[in-house]
Design a protein around this ligand. Structure first.
Ligand code: SF4
Length: 54
């Protein structure tokens, strides 16, 4: 498995970059975006680095 990045907490275990056994991402960096403008709530934002597990 890739290195755990404890600077990026994440609970999206459906993502192929999730550390699985711990609530972290394994990428060095992620891209975050908004899917509605202006973003006013947490739900308006998304991890744009997400990739589904096969
Ligand atoms: S890429 Fe995004 S969704 Fe996937 S584990 Fe990392 S932070 Fe979570």
């Amino acid at each position: 498995m890739n290195q755990i990045n404890k600077s990026i907490g994440c609970n999206v275990t459906e993502c192929k970059y999730h550390a699985q056994n711990e609530p972290y991402c394994s990428l060095d960096r992620i891209d975050v975006t908004h899917h509605e403008e202006p973003a006013r709530t947490k739900e308006s934002t998304d991890c744009h680095s997400f990739e589904p597990k096969r």
